[in-house]
Design a protein around this ligand. Structure first.
Ligand code: GLU
Length: 267
């Protein structure tokens, strides 16, 4: 991975990184994240943020007892939570002098050629204007993600890889609540070791993620590997790292080993 060539960067942040266990926003962490991203932008990178958290934050904002079962309530929560997230992102990026834009995506947009090229043009224009696009799935409109992951983006891990491919990003960083891919489930096996580099996502690697539907899978490693396959095939390096200390993103650009790197296939 040649850091000097990493100009266009997509950073994906998950709900668990953005919120406390109470479901409310982790303001301290979000402030640190936006500070780092603003600084990367100042240093000449193009930054695209893919954010989760709309449903989670909406649930908490509406004072609902827990994550609702009903699709329409999840969609209502997403509409509320997305506003709250954008309000905070916009305020924080503005403090550092940056302009943000919201892009809410549905699967149909990336599946249809004309819509896809419109979207690419919008991203390219925003980036050329120096704007930081903030992306999420349009959960209030696209029921698929909420109800059945197979026919939608399959969550924001895959969405972030699709966005990275669409805009020909150089690097995709997934900020997670775990510091990378382990050879065994680190919650169950104290001897589990972090895998620093994965050159190919094969069955052996998929087995490390625990397989679909496992504890680790629900923790998100399965969809992260799917994202890695999309990114790698598109010629984009991807890193999974712990998002609890956003300042560690600097380590990537200082050439330090961090998290698990999935080097791009040479295309
Ligand atoms: N789009 C969902 C939200 O903002 C998150 C999906 C995901 O985390 O994969 O709540």
């Amino acid at each position: 991975m040649d850091i000097s060539l990493m100009r266009r960067i997509v950073i994906k942040v998950g709900t668990s990184t953005l919120t406390h266990d109470t479901g409310k926003l982790n303001i301290k962490r979000i402030e640190r994240l936006i500070r780092v991203l603003s600084d990367l932008k100042n240093s000449g990178h193009e930054v695209i943020l893919v954010t989760s958290g709309a449903i989670g934050v909406g649930v908490s904002r509406l004072g609902l007892a827990g994550r609702p079962e009903e699709t329409r309530v999840k969609q209502a929560a997403a509409a509320v939570g997305q506003c709250e997230l954008m309000a905070l992102y916009n305020k924080l990026f503005m403090e550092y002098g940056h302009v943000t834009a919201q892009i809410l995506m549905t699967r149909i947009i990336t599946d249809r050629d004309n819509m896809r090229s419109n979207l690419t043009n919008t991203f390219d224009t925003l980036l050329s204007l120096g704007v930081i696009p903030i992306v999420n799935e349009n959960d209030s409109v696209s029921v698929e993600e909420i109800e059945c992951e197979d026919i939608a983006f399959g969550g924001n891990d895959k969405l972030s890889a699709i966005v990275a491919d669409l805009i020909r990003a150089d690097l995709l960083v997934l900020l997670s609540d775990i510091d990378g891919l382990y050879d065994h489930n680190p919650q169950q096996d104290p001897g589990a070791r972090l895998i620093p580099v994965v050159y190919r996502v094969d069955d052996r690697i998929r087995a490390c993620a625990g397989g679909a539907g496992s504890q680790l899978g629900t923790g998100g490693m399965v969809t992260k590997l799917e994202a890695a396959e999309i990114a790698s095939a598109a010629g984009i390096d991807m890193i999974i790292m712990d998002g609890s200390d956003p300042a560690r993103i600097y380590d990537i650009f200082e050439g330090k080993q961090i998290g698990t790197l999935f080097p791009a296939k040479k295309v």
